[in-house]
Design a protein around this ligand. Structure first.
Ligand code: SAM
Length: 212
């Protein structure tokens, strides 16, 4: 089956699984996932599965990327912070749907490779840095949306503080070796937080500090 046919099959699969936001589906269709996976996995780029990237990390399953992106309720004016750049795929999807994406990765090598991909694809509205994402990006606060793509037992206070009023934060919450749940935290216009549990998932853990 050609890459294009595999892509169409994936989009149909996502629709069947309840992804109905046409902007999200169109972003999945346009961002070339095959360029974010290792060459050895290229023929599986449009399978609806997570795949390994270097440093023992993963590029998330397309369904989870689509689900989280849809659950963020983005619009074109928004500033979004992503914790866990990984391959850069989720950031590239977000970049099509908002004004600017700030993304933080703790592995220098993953950060470097992701930045090379953004340049090769001429994506100009992603700002990436190496760091411990649990501290957030205070200079860019308040943020309209924050998405964690690594699992945490508790959501770091720094991230809640940096979420603007009317903002949404999404994170896989739970122990790293077990199943976690995508939690959506909404901050209302008075600064109060509320939470919803959306989807069982399994993510690699959020780890403090910077690595090579
Ligand atoms: N969003 C990525 C993508 O589209 O390929 C997938 C992310 S992968 C599931 C989780 C990433 O979070 C890993 O690359 C890992 O190194 C990173 N990570 C873990 N703890 C972190 C932290 N404290 N700060 C920044 N990145 C972190």
């Amino acid at each position: 089956m050609s890459e294009n046919a595999q892509k169409i099959r994936l989009i149909m699969d996502l629709r069947r699984q309840g992804i109905n936001d046409t902007d999200v589906l169109s972003a999945i269709e346009r961002v070339p996932r095959e360029q974010f996976v290792a060459p050895a996995f290229r023929d599986q780029a449009y399978e609806n599965i997570a795949l390994p990237i270097s440093q023992g990390q993963t590029i998330s399953q397309p369904y989870v990327v689509a689900f989280m992106t849809q659950a963020l309720k983005l619009d074109k004016r928004m500033k979004v912070l992503e914790i866990g750049t990984g391959s850069g795929y989720q950031a590239a999807i977000l970049a099509r749907l908002c004004r600017r994406v700030y993304t933080i990765e703790r592995y220098r090598s993953l950060h470097r490779e992701a930045v090379e991909r953004f340049q090769a694809l001429r994506i100009t509205n992603i700002v990436a840095k190496v760091g411990d994402g649990s501290k957030g990006w205070p200079e860019q606060a308040p943020l309209d949306r924050i998405i964690l793509t690594a699992a945490t037992e508790t959501i770091p206070d720094a991230l809640l503080d940096q979420l603007g009023e009317g903002g949404i934060l999404l994170a896989p919450v739970g122990q790293s070796q077990k199943q976690q749940e995508i939690v959506r935290i909404s901050r209302d216009d008075d600064g109060r937080f509320s939470e919803e549990f959306l989807l069982p998932v399994r993510f690699v853990p959020l780890v403090g500090g910077v690595a090579q």
